[in-house]
Structure formats: structure tokens, C-alpha cells
Design a protein around this ligand. Structure first.
Ligand code: KG4
Ligand code: ZN
Length: 393
């Protein structure tokens, strides 16, 4: 079967096409996975939902064209049949009435190209920024209606987790050796520890009480004047830190940030105090040179990593899990990946660890297709599809 998937929950417009063969031991073939990142937010230091929605409306058709083309599924209609479906556009317009900028692009596309050989559409319907989610969902509805292809709604958080099964067939084939799992999902909007007893059997055992880990990276970067998104910039500067010269330098900078809630008994997190500590240190510091910034980046990153790893290992031990999964945009962080693997190796060496390729850590539509596959029997008619910005697993 082939799944076309759509992701628009935040500031990345993603379309992917995944081919799946075999039922019990599925083999996944990625035909395409196109992500069009919205550069516009960089200059504002954060994402404005309505601005992001407009960008999705502009990006969806070009991204889909590219995905279909790469999958060799983009075929121009024969001239004679072009006008046959004309009457359907009345309803397409109604479906897209809140996506007015999108309608003309969609109409032009549907008039010109043939229905591709796709069996299922998977689309993120939460959690995320509501206007952005609607752009993707309404788009999915329009093409589902026009092409008569069913839809599976997908939870974005579940997608950050299950994308890890893409290259690990054995984990699906041998659930007894895989579950229970502790998943740590760390993104711009979420920090959650999820206990999984099977696919679809989830319990959130802990989560952030305020800012998400990714948000902490982003806000710290903003305080330090480094731009958006903060995670990749902070990790780059942290790596360039030169501990020896900092130590030798007369103006040497010594920064020590707190690790909020690191020793609490529960599995919850709190990152807003860390962000405030960055702000106070920055305001107080007389030296704000490159060395200071690098040292601060190193500290912020290490504080976040320490907290995440401590709670994850504790949960893994207490629930006696067989596997730890890391997912979400922050899982692209090289130090977090490395230190988590090292800690597992040291403390619980029999526990497996799954982390996605860095390209699949941040938002993309391929992860949505993977959940679409696991939930393929949960397809619904386009009329029934809605959005839930606060959807939970
Ligand atoms: O999952 P994601 O792409 O979008 C949401 O669902 O929120 O996560 C985005 C978050 C941002 O906060 C970004 O700063 C963070 O992931 N991020 C990183 C890295 N790459 C992205 N954080 C730390 N290190 C990275 N290399
Ligand atoms: Zn995400």
C-alpha cells in the first residue's frame, strides 16, 4: 500500500509518500519525504501561528508536487479529461473556505494532474498550532474528497515516537522483546515521558509543568541574541567552547545553571526556571563576549541534558522497560544522543535504545505516514475529520 502524508502542525510544511509491503513484517520504502521549512520566522525569533498558516497555504502544493514527482507519481492529465471533474470544485471550494489562499493552487493542481496511485492519506490533526493544523487538515479533506481516498488522522507526538520503527522491522515483529518502552519526546512544544505497553497503548507518566525543553533552547537563544530555532545554534556554539582557554583567560567565565526538578520523585519537568537563570546571568554578566556565549550555550545544553537523562533512566529502571525511545526535534541534539546512549550502556546495558536519524528528529511528514500505517484500520471519512490543538497520546 502507499500512504501520502501531510504535516503542518508548526512551521514546517511536510509531504511524504511511503510504500509498505508485507503485513506481519512490513518493509517500508520511502518514496519521498519533502520538508519545506519556513524561513520567515527566523527574523521574529519565534513562530506566529497566522503567519505560519499562510506559509503552509503557499507551500502545500509545491511541496506535494515535489513529493509526487520524486515518487514518480506525478502525471499530467490527458487534455480531454481535464474538464470532466469541474463540478467537484464547487465542493472543494467549500471545504477550503477558511483556506482561501490555498483554493486556487489546489484547483489548478487537481485540474492538471491525475489522481496518484495512493491508498491512504495520513494527516496530523494535533497537537500543534491550531491555525496551522487546520491548513493541513483542510487540504487533506479537499484531496480526500476529490480523489476519493480515505484519511487517517495522526497524533504528532505518536509520530515522533513510531518513526523509530521505520528501520527496525524486528521491533515490530517481536513485540515481546520490545515492550514495555519508555519514550522521551522532546520538542518545541512538548516534553513527555510516555510508558508504552504496545502500539497504541500509552500512558504519560511525566511531562513539563511549564516550558518544553526545545522551548528552553529557543528562549535561551533569544536572550543571548542568537536567533531561531535555538537548539541547533546553541549546540553548535556549545561544541565550539574551548574549556582550556576559558580556564586560562583572566576574564574567565564561570557559569553554573540550576537543574530544576532533577531530583524530584515524579517524572515531571520544569524548564522555565532555567531560562530565567540564563536571563539573570546574562543581565548581570559584565563580559558578554564570544567565550561567554559559548560557555553559556554549553551550560544550558548540559543542564537540559542532565535533567532529561536522569528522569528517563529513572523511569526505565522503575518500569523495567526493554527499550528506550528518544523522539522530537531536540533528539537531533548530538550531545543528548551520545550521553543518553552512554548512560544506558553504563546503567542498564540490556536496554535497547532507539533514536531517529537526525533528519527525522525534527518535524517531517514521513513520521506521520508511519503512524498512518500502524493506524491504517482507523480511517475515517473526510467529513468527520477535525483538529485538536491539545491532543494527547
Ligand atoms: O519536533 P520539532 O521539530 O517541532 C515541534 O514539534 O515543536 O521540534 C522543534 C524544537 C525546537 O525547539 C528546536 O530548537 C529544537 O527542536 N531542536 C534542537 C535541535 N534541533 C532542533 N534542540 C537541541 N539541539 C538540536 N540540535
Ligand atoms: Zn514535532
Amino acid at each position: 500500500m502507499r500512504i501520502l502524508s501531510i504535516e503542518t502542525s508548526c512551521d514546517d510544511t511536510g509531504i511524504s509518500i511511503l510504500e509498505i509491503r508485507g503485513a506481519k513484517a512490513p518493509s517500508f520504502k520511502v518514496l519521498s519525504n519533502i520538508v519545506s521549512s519556513q524561513e520567515i520566522h527566523k527574523k521574529y525569533g519565534g513562530v506566529f501561528p497566522m503567519m505560519a498558516k499562510r506559509e503552509h497555504q503557499k507551500n502545500l502544493i509545491p511541496t506535494m508536487k515535489e513529493a509526487l514527482k520524486e515518487s514518480k507519481l506525478l502525471k499530467i492529465k490527458k487534455q480531454k479529461t481535464q474538464k470532466v471533474d469541474g463540478h467537484l470544485f464547487f465542493d472543494v471550494k467549500k471545504i477550503l473556505k477558511k483556506e482561501d489562499a490555498l483554493f486556487l493552487f489546489v484547483k489548478e493542481f487537481l485540474e492538471k494532474y491525475e489522481k496518484p496511485k495512493i491508498n491512504l492519506i495520513a494527516v496530523t490533526n494535533g497537537p500543534g498550532l491550531e491555525p496551522c493544523l487546520w491548513a493541513g487538515v483542510n487540504f487533506a479533506k479537499a484531496i480526500s474528497f476529490f480523489w476519493n481516498i480515505p484519511i487517517v488522522p495522526v497524533n504528532h507526538i505518536e509520530a515522533h515516537i513510531l518513526v523509530n520503527f521505520l528501520n527496525h522491522k524486528s521491533y515490530i515483529v517481536n513485540p515481546k522483546e520490545t515492550f514495555p518502552i519508555i519514550s522521551l519526546v522532546v520538542s518545541g512544544g512538548h516534553t513527555q515521558l510516555i510508558l508504552m505497553k504496545g502500539i497504541g497503548k500509552y500512558k504519560i507518566i511525566g511531562e513539563t509543568r511549564d516550558d518544553a525543553a526545545g522551548e528552553c533552547f529557543d528562549k535561551a537563544a533569544k536572550i543571548l541574541g542568537l536567533g531561531y530555532p535555538g537548539g541547533p545554534i546553541i549546540s553548535k556554539l556549545a561544541k565550539n567552547r574551548d574549556p582550556i582557554s576559558i580556564f586560562k583567560n583572566r576574564d574567565r567565565v564561570s557559569i553554573k545553571l540550576p537543574r530544576p526538578m532533577i531530583n524530584t520523585k515524579d517524572y515531571d519537568f520544569s524548564f522555565s526556571g532555567l531560562k530565567t537563570a540564563v536571563l539573570y546571568s546574562y543581565q548581570k554578566s559584565k563580559i558578554k563576549n564570544q567565550k561567554y556565549i559559548q560557555q553559556m550555550c554549553f551550560e544550558v545544553q548540559q543542564a537540559i541534558i542532565d535533567i532529561l537523562i536522569k528522569k528517563t533512566i529513572k523511569a526505565a529502571k522503575n518500569y523495567k522497560v526493554k527499550t528506550i525511545i528518544l523522539g522530537g526535534g531536540v533528539s537531533a541534539n548530538k550531545e543528548l544522543r551520545k550521553q543518553l546512549k552512554e548512560k544506558i550502556q553504563k546503567d542498564i546495558p540490556n536496554t535497547k535504545c532507539l533514536i531517529p536519524d537526525t533528519a527525522l528528529s525534527t518535524d517531517n511528514a514521513l513520521m506521520i505516514a508511519v503512524v498512518g500505517y500502524f493506524n491504517r484500520t482507523k480511517k475515517i471519512a473526510w467529513q468527520k475529520l477535525s483538529v485538536n490543538a491539545n491532543l494527547r497520546v
